[in-house]
Design a protein around this ligand. Structure first.
Ligand SMILES: Nc1nc2c([nH]c(=O)n2[C@H]2C[C@H](O)[C@@H](COP(=O)(O)OP(=O)(O)OP(=O)(O)O)O2)c(=O)[nH]1
Length: 129
């Protein structure tokens, strides 16, 4: 797995709810906003850049939500909690967003690589930010 490119997903939390975003297209689905970590970037730098580009949000990255998960054969997904510092989401790439409470987490169709992170989020969400 050493040659896989890292993708960071960002679980932005506000008022006990987490932001999920709908990726359009044939292989689309609900995901944590974020994207590929470029050469020379830290996970946090990539997360901050992607959240600005995709949703016009300013975030502070927090704890990891668990071990990285493979996405197909080329990528590895890491998901982190994040605090929302400023902004209201503006959809530059996604077709919809939802702020989900714990009870809503299982009611949307997450991309497969995201699903292993949901139990940790379920445990943590009521206690953060
Ligand atoms: N951002 C994000 N991508 C995810 C998640 N789950 C998942 O399987 N993916 C997949 C979808 C894409 O194939 C890939 C991420 O690519 P991306 O299109 O977001 O990356 P990027 O913004 O850097 O895009 P690009 O410049 O390469 O076009 O990872 C997730 O929770 N967040």
């Amino acid at each position: 797995m050493k040659d896989r490119q890292i993708v960071v997903g960002v679980a932005v939390v506000r008022d006990g709810k987490v932001l999920a975003a709908l990726r359009p297209g044939a292989d689309g689905g609900w995901e944590f906003p974020g994207g590929k970590v470029e050469v020379g970037e830290s996970d946090e730098e990539a997360a901050v850049r992607e959240l600005r580009e995709e949703l016009s949000l300013e975030i502070k990255l927090g704890a990891s939500l668990g071990p990285a998960q493979p996405i197909g054969e080329r990528y590895l997904l890491r998901v982190y909690l994040a605090e929302l510092l400023a902004g209201e989401p503006v959809l530059h790439e996604h077709t919809a967003i939802r702020w989900l409470s714990v009870g809503d987490l299982k009611h949307i169709e997450w991309l497969p690589a995201d699903r292993p992170f949901l139990p940790a989020l379920h445990r943590i969400l009521p206690a953060v930010f």
